[in-house]
Write a protein that binds this ligand. Structure first.
Ligand SMILES: *Cc1c(COP(=O)(O)O)cnc(C)c1O
Length: 236
């Protein structure tokens, strides 16, 4: 087994345990391999080990890698998305995790219409109310749900969050729990065009805890592909 395969096996084992603790199985959890700074060759290799959902946080990097792997992977966009970049990724991605404003959602709606496509998105919540992070507050989320729901070329598929970076992942349990409460609460409202299917939270440091608290989708970078060669500020 090479290192990549080993890493993935370890993560799958941990996910099984965490899923069990929350009354689920590994089948209920979607793994998104986060490949910023990771070369296409490694992405293709990880596909062979079962990682077919791949996330990038920059439009340019996604575009650069897209053609070589488009038949192999489902692309996810997970970073802050500027409105003028939507047109570059709209026809390439399966899910945009990081919709943090109604203005951005409207732009996605407009570009999706041009491609006769309905774009699946998640709404990003700034759950720890950090100044340095993107995402809407809980209040903003509730106030604008019905607006998002009215966009015909956008389908709301769930929520996403990036809690604070912490060396002790237990510190984030309360945020994951809060996100799950939001997720369940919105699901129960049964709003047309709002499908609470994916709760995207948990990264290399804290995915087990995120799953224990209800995550259905985890975004794992360094845990799969190893340490990134340069430092990217997380959450941007
Ligand atoms: C980089 C990144 C991840 C993965 O981070 P790791 O700690 O390497 O697992 C997840 N989500 C987002 C939004 C990221 O930018």
């Amino acid at each position: 087994m090479d290192q990549l395969e080993k890493n993935i096996a370890i993560i799958q084992e941990n996910i099984k345990k965490a899923a069990k603790k929350s009354g689920r199985t590994i089948k209920d959890i979607n793994i998104v391999g986060v490949t910023k700074t990771v070369p296409v060759e490694r992405i293709k290799q990880s596909v062979q080990y079962g990682i077919i959902d791949i996330g990038e946080n920059k439009a340019q990097e996604l575009m650069a890698k897209y053609d070589e792997c488009k038949e192999l992977v489902n692309w996810h966009f997970i970073g802050h998305l500027q409105r003028n970049k939507v047109k570059y990724i709209i026809d390439k991605v399966k899910l945009i995790h990081s919709v943090d404003s109604y203005r951005l959602a409207k732009q996605i709606n407009k570009e999706a219409y041009k491609h006769s496509k309905i774009m699946d998105i998640l709404l990003q919540v700034n759950i720890a109310q950090e100044k340095s992070k993107y995402g809407m507050s809980e209040e903003e989320l509730y106030n604008s749900l019905s607006l998002y729901a009215q966009l015909p070329y956008v389908r709301i598929k769930g929520l996403m969050a990036i809690p604070p970076h912490s060396d002790n992942p237990e510190c984030n349990r309360k945020y994951f729990r809060k996100m799950n409460q939001l997720f369940i609460d919105i699901k129960q409202k049964n709003i047309d065009n709002i499908h609470m299917e994916f709760l995207s939270m948990g990264m290399t440091n804290d995915y087990s805890i995120a799953i224990e608290e209800g995550a259905t989708m985890v975004r794992i970078g360094s845990g799969i592909y190893g340490k990134r060669t340069y430092n990217i500020k997380e959450g941007k």
